[in-house]
Structure formats: C-alpha cells, structure tokens
Design a protein around this ligand. Structure first.
Ligand code: NAP
Ligand code: MG
Length: 390
C-alpha cells in the first residue's frame, strides 16, 4: 500500500512511560501507513535542561507557524525531579509555557468506549470541559489579617472597604481582564460550532454581580455579535445558567455539549467529569487559539509508576488510547485544513480500530478493571490488536 502523504505538523516528544509509548505508536500504528512529516522537538526533561527550556519556546513558535501540533506528556519538575535529573533549575510546566505563548484555551473531552459505562447513568455522549486558564484565584494576592484592621480594595482613584477585621482572618484579591475573557469566549463559541454541539457557560453572576456579571455579559456580547446566526444555521444553541443549576443539569443530561467554565470551576469540574466517565487514561485534551492553532495531547501524565516497572524489564499494561487520540486529533485536523481526505480518513479509522479492540474485550488493565471477566493485556499486545484491525 502507498503511504499517505501529509504536510508537516509539530511533534513534541516527552517523558517516562508516555515517551516509550510514543515511539511504539509511531512504529506500529503510524509509520507503516503514513509518510509522517513532522517538525520534531524533544521536550523530554533531559533535553529541556540541555537547552535551558529554549526547546519549549521553539515548539510553541512552531505551532504558531504550522497551526497543528501533537504533544507527549512531560514531567513538570518539582524539587524531587530537580534532584533525580540533576537539573540546573526548576523549569515551568511545558504546558503552561506553550499555553502562555499561544494564549489558548484547553478543551478536555473523554473518550467513550464500548462497554465502558460512565458512572452517571444518563450520560450517553462525551462532555467537553473548557477551562479559562487565566487569572482569578490562580494569580490572586492573599493576606492573613492578624488582628483588628481594615481591609480595603484600591483601584486607581477608587477605594472600597472589604472588611473591618475584629480578629484574625483571611483576605483574597483576585482579578481578570475583559480581553482574556473575550478571547476565551470566542474560542469556546468557535470550538463548539466546529464540533456541532451546544455551548454552555455558567458562573455565579447573582452573587458576584460585577465580577461574574462581566463574564456573563462578555459571553452574551460575543455570541450576539459573532455567532448567533451561525449557531442557528448549525442547529445548535448557547445556554447560560448559574453554576449550581448547571451542575445539577449536567448530571441529568445525556452529554454531547461543550461546557465553558471559569478557571477554578474548570479545574474542579474537569477532574469530576473525567473520573465519572471512566478513567483519567481516557481523556484527551486540545489547546485551541482564537486564530485557529491546535495542539493535541493526552490529559494524563507520564505514568511514572509504570515507567519505573518498565525500567526493571517488566511489561506494563499502560493504556495508549489517549496518546493515540492525540495523534489522530492532529492528523485529522491537518487533513481537514489541507483538504487531505485520505489523512483525515486514516485518523478516523485508527480511532475505530482502537474502539474495535476494546469492543472485542482486548484492553489494558485500567479498562479491564472496570469490566467483569476481562483480563487486561500489556501495551504492546494492545497496540498489535489495534494494528490488526486497522
Ligand atoms: P499520571 O502520570 O497521570 O498517573 C497517575 C496514575 O494514573 C498512574 O499511576 C496510573 O495509575 C493512572 N494512569 C494515568 N495514565 C494512565 C494510562 N495511560 N494507563 C494506565 N494508567 C494510567 O499522573 P502523576 O503520576 O501524578 O504524574 C506523573 C508525571 O506526569 C509528573 O511528573 C507530572 O508532572 C506529569 N504530568 C504531565 C502532564 C502533561 O504533560 N500533560 C499532566 C499531568 C501530569 P496506577 O499507578 O494505579 O496504574
Ligand atoms: Mg484539577
């Protein structure tokens, strides 16, 4: 068979078990079928240290240029990693660096597999969570008030009393800005439109009338000015409701929508949604920018515990599905942007082959644990089962 040709995408290699799986996926599932054309950046911790993290910035610039990237999970160093790898400094999370450079929004979607039932019974279709990854409590100023004092907010010429402390207490000053909220809203509306799904947004504007009220008003304005007519012709809608009402409705819904959330709400809800859909190993993630760049990856980490076993020569049953879906997401998008139908079709067929294997009860240990009477296979055996079906 002639291999499928493609225009370049950005390939970002990573760490530990996912780095091992990365090369297996390429060898077993991609290279036999596609003339892989990638601009390769090694974001493995060793090479990040060698380049003083230059490589991460270069990869981000390459995504801006080529518009499509695929990333392997990477270690975010902490003190223990600095020692383990003898690092020169404690580098920032590569995901954080890339997100800041591209000013994008991260959408996380669970992969629903045959026979793996969500814990929430009514859910039939995936729920995509979009988290506004800027501001609020993540870049707030905090105080511990130690005794009687007055806390005030001062902004330019205006000031307001927050609290007259009579004893010890706590204080938090958080902010956001219209430009970031507007870019977030636009990216969410665009992404839901692309998926052909409704967009939900929820916050607490009845309580934080100015703060959350601004989020709500900006979403409404962007919808009205830029998306309303396109949503109508696509047969989808925009739905705003209070965060507590939204949580209750999500539990009773069938799924199949994009849920946009403020920074903290998105942090919390995305973990709840992924756990309730089955397993963290079945969550994909894509970083999208308002001007249409896409970076795909698995939502899980480098699966350190399995890597240490693998290094001892043991076979591991690490689930490669989310990493495969990162590749299929990127290849499908490349095909779509270039009118390369063969490439897009290959991506869908590879996803079907993964689901076909799971449907035939061939799966890794994490999924087998959710099914009775099924024994998990190791990663290589799973990849071979997928290749046979492909
Ligand atoms: P993790 O790598 O996601 O793994 C946590 C546990 O979840 C694993 O030990 C395993 O459970 C299970 N798991 C996750 N993915 C799996 C898969 N594909 N197949 C089977 N089981 C899977 O999280 P972590 O151990 O907290 O973090 C490890 C490293 O990853 C850290 O250095 C962190 O900085 C990094 N990280 C990177 C990213 C990213 O690049 N996007 C995201 C998160 C974390 P069992 O051990 O019970 O089998
Ligand atoms: Mg979280």
């Amino acid at each position: 068979m002639a291999r499928i040709k493609m225009n370049p995408i950005v390939e970002m290699d990573g760490d530990e078990m996912t780095r091992v799986i990365w090369s297996m996926i390429k060898e077993i599932l991609l290279e036999p079928f596609v003339e892989l054309n990638t601009e390769y950046y090694d974001l493995g911790l060793v090479h990040r240290d060698e380049t003083d993290d230059r490589v991460t910035h270069d990869a981000a610039a390459a995504i801006k240029r080529l518009r499509v990237g695929v990333k392997c999970a990477t270690i975010t160093p902490n003190a223990q990693r600095v020692e383990e790898y003898g690092l020169r400094r404690m580098y920032k999370s590569p995901n954080g660096t890339i997100r800041d450079a591209l000013d994008g929004t991260i959408f996380r979607t669970p992969i629903t597999a045959p026979g793996i039932e969500p814990i929430v019974r009514p859910w039939k279709k995936p729920i995509t969570v979009a988290r506004h990854s800027y501001g609020d409590i993540y870049s707030a100023a905090e105080f511990r008030a130690s005794g009687s004092c007055t806390a005030e907010l001062i902004c330019g010429d205006e000031r307001k009393t927050v609290c007259e402390f009579r004893g010890p207490g706590i204080l938090l000053g958080q902010y956001n800005n219209d430009e970031s909220i507007e870019r977030f809203a636009r990216t969410c509306f665009g992404y839901a439109l692309e998926r052909g799904e409704d967009l939900w947004f929820s916050c607490k504007d009845t309580i934080a009338k100015v703060y959350d009220g601004t989020f709500r008003a900006i979403f409404e304005r962007v919808y009205r000015d830029e998306f309303e007519s396109r949503y109508r012709s696509a047969g989808i809608s925009y739905f705003y409701t209070l965060i507590d009402d939204a949580v209750a409705r999500v539990m009773r819904s069938e799924g199949g929508f994009v849920w946009a959330l403020k920074n903290y709400d998105g942090d919390v809800m995305s973990d709840m949604i992924s756990a309730a859909f089955g397993a963290m190993s079945m969550m994909t993630s894509v970083l999208v920018t308002p001007d249409g760049c896409f970076e795909y990856e698995a939502a899980h980490g480098t699966v350190t515990r399995h890597y240490y076993k693998w290094r001892q020569g043991e076979k591991t049953s690490t689930n490669p599905i989310a990493t495969i879906y990162a590749w299929t997401g990127a290849l499908h998008k490349r095909g779509e942007l270039d009118g390369n139908a063969d490439l897009s079709l290959f991506a869908r067929k590879l996803e079907d082959a993964c689901m076909g294997a799971v449907a035939d009860n061939v799966m890794t240990g994490d999924l087998a644990a959710l099914r009775s009477g099924v024994t998990g296979v190791d990663t290589a055996a799973f990849l071979e089962a997928v290749r046979d079906r492909l």
